[in-house]
Design a protein around this ligand. Structure first.
Ligand SMILES: Nc1ncnc2c1ncn2[C@@H]1O[C@H](COP(=O)(O)OP(=O)(O)O)[C@@H](O)[C@H]1O
Ligand SMILES: [Mg+2]
Length: 386
């Protein structure tokens, strides 16, 4: 609502709360103070809204301050929902140590509080809170990158061998078909043919997976076509209209002229198909799939942007966070491979682009793919526009 700092004081002693209010009022910064006189009251407020800092007394009528901390502290990530300062009595070193262990960012000894001490604690707690949060998100990103990298390396090791195995399997099923034709018993022929076909289709599916994995693990050199994104999207939409079924209404909502992009056109089409097939899966009752093409900026640079929106079931956050991971799928084993979006991600990153997803449960999903202009196209575009 405003830039005013939102501070919560949890203390059962009205005089102490008053004193904190005075210190905070003297501070010269615009601060709104909320009060709670029990641990439960404080917890309820903390769950209901965001605070920029929380001062919590150690001795509360219904719990100890450290119990309140424990209620919010995530021991795995070392994160708290807000900066916390523990208020302790004189000589409470053990309490201070315990408070810090349970996620408090600073502490104040109550007996000789000064306005300066309160302000320093407020600033310090907020700074440590921000540092911890920044470190956590950097670690998360690193972990994610390492995971993708590890899968990439693992994959490149097995992909070729696996491909060879599949070639052997498919070669043999071809031979078996030929032998089957010579079989005199028609019932046996039909029965065995069915089995051989099952083996074949499984092997083909395996080969598809491997192809996707090879893109993901950068085993395949991408060719660079100079692609008109609008044209590419139109071609894909035409294909999809024939394949996705009548329940999905597909349309192109907007199409700006974008500078040509240097991408592997087959992989771009593949990526759009992957996204569209996911969208269809997310709309079992049918729905709308909308494409658009526009010029856009990402981190200050110019890109051609393809957006794909569906009116499907959407995703909760814990799914959304993982969709680009190889093998992550929420679908039954025989329907999902979890490789579609890993492939899309690998392709976009190798192309020097970016991909974003916006989704919420029952709100549908939008994917945005930012693709960089082909080399030498950037300046041309500038002078055209200017
Ligand atoms: N448009 C979408 N709407 C809802 N969920 C989606 C959508 N696209 C992807 N997902 C989720 O992301 C997961 C991973 O997708 P993907 O990598 O293509 O693998 P798969 O389709 O084989 O499950 C899906 O299982 C699904 O849970
Ligand atoms: Mg998929």
């Amino acid at each position: 609502m405003s830039d005013r700092l939102q501070v919560l004081v949890i203390d059962d002693d009205a005089a102490d709360r008053m004193a904190m209010r005075r210190h905070l009022a003297f501070a010269g910064t615009a601060i709104d103070v909320q009060e709670a006189d029990t641990g439960a009251g404080g917890i309820a407020l903390l769950k209901a809204r965001k605070f920029d800092c929380v001062f919590v007394d150690y001795r509360l009528p219904d719990m100890e301050g450290t119990a309140l901390l424990q209620n919010f502290y995530d021991i795995n990530t070392d994160q708290m929902p807000a900066p916390f300062v523990m208020l302790t009595g004189q000589g409470g070193e053990a309490v201070m140590a315990e408070a810090l262990r349970w996620g408090a960012h600073d502490y104040i000894v109550k007996d000789n509080v000064t306005t300066a001490a309160v302000m320093i604690s407020l600033a310090k707690a907020r700074e440590i809170f921000d540092l911890k949060r920044a470190r956590h998100s950097a670690e998360e990103k690193l972990r994610q990158a390492q995971k993708m990298d590890a899968v990439g390396q693992l994959t490149s090791g097995v992909a070729h061998d696996f491909n060879n195995l599949l070639t052997v399997i498919l070669g043999n099923t071809r031979l078996m078909h030929r032998r089957l034709e010579a079989l005199s018993d028609p019932d046996a022929r039909t029965a065995i043919t069915k089995k051989v076909e099952a083996v074949e289709s499984a092997a083909r599916r395996g080969a598809d997976l491997i192809r996707h994995l090879m893109v993901f693990s950068r085993q395949r050199e991408l060719k660079e076509d100079i692609v008109d994104i609008g044209q590419s999207v139109r071609a894909t939409v035409e294909l999809l209209q024939r394949t996705l079924g009548e329940r999905v209404e597909i349309r192109i909502a907007g199409e700006e002229q974008t500078p040509p992009v240097g991408v592997d056109s087959t992989l771009l089409e593949n990526a759009l198909i992957n996204i569209a097939v996911n969208a269809r899966d997310a709309m079992p009752e049918g729905g709308r799939l909308t494409f658009s093409v526009a010029n856009a900026q990402f981190n200050g640079a110019d890109y051609a942007l393809i957006s794909v929106s569906d009116t499907g079931c959407g995703m909760p956050e814990h799914v959304r966070e993982r969709i680009f991971e190889p093998f992550y799928t929420t679908k039954p084993a025989d329907e999902g491979t979890g490789l579609g979006l890993a492939m899309v991600y690998g392709f976009v990153r190798q192309t020097g682009g970016h991909i974003e997803v916006e989704s919420a449960e029952a709100q549908g999903t939008t994917f945005r793919i930012y693709l960089p202009p082909a080399r030498g196209e950037k300046n041309k575009e500038k002078s055209n526009a200017g």
